[in-house]
Every structure is written in C-alpha cells, then in structure tokens.
Design a protein around this ligand. Structure first.
Ligand SMILES: *[C@@H]1O[C@H](CO)[C@@H](O)[C@H](O)[C@H]1NC(C)=O
Ligand SMILES: *[C@@H]1O[C@H](CO)[C@@H](O)[C@H](O)[C@H]1NC(C)=O
Ligand SMILES: *[C@@H]1O[C@H](CO)[C@@H](O)[C@H](O)[C@H]1NC(C)=O
Length: 512
C-alpha cells in the first residue's frame, strides 16, 4: 500500500471521527493499532510477499550516523572486515518499530550518533526490517517473531565468527522493535548481555505470555522505559505491564510534559492529522529521547525510584535509595535483578536534559478543629544555595486531614543546591485562613506538643537526588504577616534534636 494512500485514509477517517467523537483519544488509539483499517484492507492491493522477513544489518559510521554505507551479511565474514567490525568493543543493535512511511525515522540517526558519542569504539548496527514493518500494524506485530529469529541467527553467527563476548552485546528496540529484540534474545543460542526496551508496543502484546513478548528471560539484563502507556479500554500504545528486570515509568508512564496530546486533540479540527500524530509520536518517542539524553548527559542522568505505583510516588513516598531502591534512568542504569520485576518512577522536564530534582515534604497538620473539608491551593518556593525554584504547585491528592502526617512530592527543574528556606503561599478557600495554616502546620516530632501555647511547626524534607534529610521550622512565628498568606520555613535550630530518637523511629515506620 502506498504511503500517501495510507496517510490520506488516516486523514479522512480521523477527520470524520472528529464530528461525533465522545472519545477522540479512542479513535486515535484505534487508528494507531491499524485495526480499524482492517475492514478497508481489501480496497488496497495486499502486499504479495508480506511474509518476507528479511532483516538487513547496517554498521553505521560515527561520521555518517544517517547513512547505510556498509552492510554485514551473515555467513560472509569478509563483510565484517569490510565494515571494520571491532570484535573487542561493545556492539549495539538498534531496532526500529512499526512504520507507515517505510523510511527510517529521524531518531535513528540521533540515537546512533549519541551511542558513538558515549562509546567511541563501539559497533552500532541498525537492524533494518522496514520491509516487514511497513504493513498493517497487526501484520507487522506478527512479523516481529520471524524478524527476531533472524536477528538471533545473526547474533549466533557473529558470536561464532568473531568470538565476541555476548555480554558486550546490547539490543535497543523501540516499540515493536522492543519485541523483536525480545524474540532475538530468546532465540539466540547464548544469552545476550542487555536489552533495552523503549516504550515496547502494547497492542497484541499486552497480557501475552513471557515467550510471546519482551521479557526478563530474553537477556542477562532487560531494562524498559514506558512513556505512553495510557490505557483506554485496556488499550495502550506502549505496553503497560512490566516486561523487564527494571521497568521505569517516567511521569507515571502516561502523559509526557511538553507533548500536549490533549491540546493536539483539540487542534485536530484545524490542523488535521498532523497535530495528532505529532503528539502521539512525542509521547511514544519520548522513551528514545530520554535514552539519548542519558547517553549524552552522563553527569546529569535522572534518577528513578522504586515504588509500588504512580500515586504513591506522586505523594513523595518513594525517594529512598537504600538497598538499590533508586537507579539511573537510561544507559547508565545499574543491573538490578530480583526475583520479581522492579517498577520505578521518575519525573522529567519537557526537554533535554530531562532530569529533575525530587523532594518529599512531610507535613503534619495539627489542629483542634476538624478541617477535613479543606482543600486549599498551595504553592511552595524553594530557596537553595545555588538557585531558587518558585511557585511549585503542591498537589493535594486528597483533602487535608488534621492530625495526620501528609506527604507530598515536589520536583524542581533546576539544581537549587542545598535547601535553605521554603515559602508557602496559599489561596484562601473556604475555611482556610492564614492563622489556620499556622496552627495546622505542625509536627509530631515537636518536643513541645504538650505546651499548646508554644507550637513548633515543622516540615520534614527528603531530597531524592542527594538523599539528604532536613527539618524545617516556621521562621519566627510572631513575625509572620498572616495577611500576606505566606509562611516561611527555615532550617530548624538544634532544639529538635532532643527528640531525635523518637523522630528516627517514626521515619523508619513511615518509610516505604
Ligand atoms: C509464510 O512463510 C511460511 C514459512 O516460510 C509459510 O509456511 C507460509 O505459508 C507463508 N505464508 C504466506 C501467506 O505466504
Ligand atoms: C577496538 O576496540 C577496543 C576496545 O573497545 C579498542 O581498544 C581498539 O582500539 C579498537 N580497535 C580499533 C581498530 O579501533
Ligand atoms: C488533634 O490532636 C490534638 C493534640 O493531640 C488534639 O487536641 C485535637 O483535638 C486533635 N484534633 C482533632 C480534630 O482530632
């Protein structure tokens, strides 16, 4: 099927859909899976030889990351020499996903280039299975197994011919390419070192048995980035379930900052399909750009934290690094293999470098009155030794309950250095006033809780990136101008230490 015809069809169908959508996103999801193209399949000449699964292996040059100048042919050792394959250095196999255009997307060259930037002597081989990938999604998905087997034969042959250690082999697969990598790993005679799955494709793979998709069995270490796993009726473009040893879900694995899918859905009527494909591409492809970022900005690698789910992470409960609970995002990840899969979370910026700095704020709201109905809107500014981060929104996941410690996650884009001071600001909402705020912001660790007149208001903070823990106290209670609707916290004087035994105990109890 000609690429322009496919695009034109998309355009027609999606525009038609705009008129009576209740859920445009669903339409979008369906169009991506290609499944709603299936009834129309007969309008086109089916590809006669769609069964053909020839993969080609192009060893790219650092000087020409965009060009296929030298192919390695399995069974032909001379082609290794001709392409100057270095059997003692690392080898990467870059595996693309489904394609409508039948052409490499622009990320391929960027990834190749970033790999060479980081590992100068590496062999970066692009696996070209465009021919089998340019099909209805379902057909392309089916082809991943056969292509994977072909890649496995390539791996077996190159191992036999050059005797390269397979721990030096790293397969990087995007979308459907992640499952190709999985099949390659599981069919290769010896175990390959590492597979990185970049937002592995969901449709036709979600819920599959381990041998029918990318899984931890496929390599010595399998790490996965999930960036577009938003489900509608169980449907998701990226696979939602964990499929590696370590699965990282940046920004919860659903919406990525800066991609603005919702905005695109609204704009579709004016701008047509391009708005939407761009947004989808942005979310799905974010996995690749996070990985490229980790190659290029080694010193600024983002951190991800082990957590049972995204909500708990968003309450700041999972910023501990003890017992390898945290890890680097992307290339520099440490190989952590547990009996059970490890799910990790991180927040990111909207562009490179993606890393942010995570903080947990634990606040005890103490009050004589029941304020359980309050839903204040709070912002926090953080002042550090290097910089400040203003007006960060404190996301209240639930209404504030009094006499309960609540935990919040804050992320700053800048490295503010060591935290020196915090300022809270709030909008006055029903029943929420400045004096209430001061009364409520208090701490269990206060040694003064018996003395109701002298309340010491504290906030406990854990910085994820430095693992530093700090306690902040209200700065000079009497001097606070409550009408400004602002409270300032500074590092507590040493007095709180008198109670440190009790506080340590509480920290361990509340740690997740
Ligand atoms: C595809 O190839 C397989 C194995 O080579 C063969 O058994 C099968 O009949 C082929 N299918 C089509 C539709 O050509
Ligand atoms: C091959 O790679 C090794 C280690 O990565 C490096 O020391 C060596 O110089 C490379 N050989 C060539 C010919 O580039
Ligand atoms: C909160 O705790 C304080 C001190 O322990 C107590 O005096 C107050 O009545 C409690 N408030 C509520 C609403 O339970």
């Amino acid at each position: 099927m000609k690429a322009w015809r496919v695009r034109f069809l998309y355009f027609l169908v999606l525009n038609a859909a705009v008129q009576y959508v209740t859920s445009l996103e669903e339409e979008l999801a369906n169009s991506i899976s290609g499944s709603f193209l299936d009834p129309l399949r007969d309008l086109f000449d089916p590809k006669d030889d769609k069964n053909q699964t020839t993969a080609k292996f192009s060893l790219r040059k650092p000087s020409h990351p965009d060009d296929d100048l030298c192919y390695i042919f399995p069974g032909n050792p001379d082609s290794l020499t001709a392409c100057t394959f270095n059997s003692t250095s690392k080898t990467f196999l870059v595996i693309h996903g489904w394609t409508v255009s039948g052409l490499f997307e622009s990320w391929v060259a960027k990834l190749v280039s970033a790999l060479y930037e980081r590992e100068q002597t590496a062999n970066v081989i692009v696996v070209d299975w465009l021919y089998s990938a340019q099909n209805h999604y379902g057909v392309a998905a089916q082809n991943t197994k056969a292509v994977g087997q072909e890649v496995a034969r390539f791996i077996d042959w190159i191992k036999e011919t050059t005797n390269m250690p397979l721990e030096n082999l790293h397969l990087i697969g995007y979308s459907l390419g992640a499952h190709v990598a999985g099949f390659a790993g599981s069919h290769a005679t010896n175990k390959v070192g590492r597979i990185t799955g970049l937002d592995p494709a969901g449709p036709d793979f979600e819920g599959e048995h381990a041998h029918g998709r990318l899984s931890p069995d496929d390599a010595d270490f399998v790490d996965v980035l999930h960036t577009f796993t938003r489900g509608t009726l169980g449907f998701s473009i990226g696979i939602q379930q964990p499929v590696g040893h370590v699965d990282i879900y940046p920004n919860g694995g659903s919406y990525q900052p800066g991609c603005n899918l919702r905005g695109a859905l609204k704009k579709i009527a004016n701008l047509g399909i391009f708005a939407i494909t761009d947004a989808v591409k942005c979310e799905h492809e974010r996995s690749i750009h996070l990985f490229i970022d980790s190659l290029l900005n080694e010193q600024e690698a983002g951190k991800a934290y082990r957590c049972s789910n995204s909500d708990t992470f968003n309450r700041g409960m999972c910023l501990s690094c003890r017992k390898s609970r945290c890890n680097a995002v992307g290339y520099g990840i440490s190989k952590v293999r547990r009996a059970r899969n490890v799910q990790m979370f991180t927040n990111t910026r909207a562009s490179m470098p993606f890393r942010v700095y995570h903080y947990q704020l634990k606040i005890h709201f103490l009050s004589n009155v029941d304020h359980s109905e309050m839903e204040p809107s709070l912002t926090v500014s953080l002042y550090g030794t290097k910089a400040e981060a203003d007006n960060l929104e404190l996301k209240l996941k639930e209404k504030i309950a009094t006499n309960k410690t609540q935990s919040f996650l804050l992320a700053t884009e800048k490295d503010i250095g060591d935290l020196l001071m915090l300022k809270f600001k709030w909008e006055q909402t029903n029943g929420w006033s400045a004096s209430n705020m001061l009364k409520m912001v208090s701490s269990l660790w206060s040694g003064d809780s018996e003395n109701t007149d002298v309340k010491v208001h504290k906030i406990r903070i854990r910085a994820g990136e430095t693992q530093k823990k700090m306690v902040f106290c209200v700065k000079d209670t009497k001097a606070q101008d409550l009408r400004s609707q602002e409270v300032t916290f500074v590092k507590c004087k040493d007095s709180w230490r008198s109670n440190s035994k009790r506080s340590t105990k509480r920290i361990t109890l509340e740690n997740h």
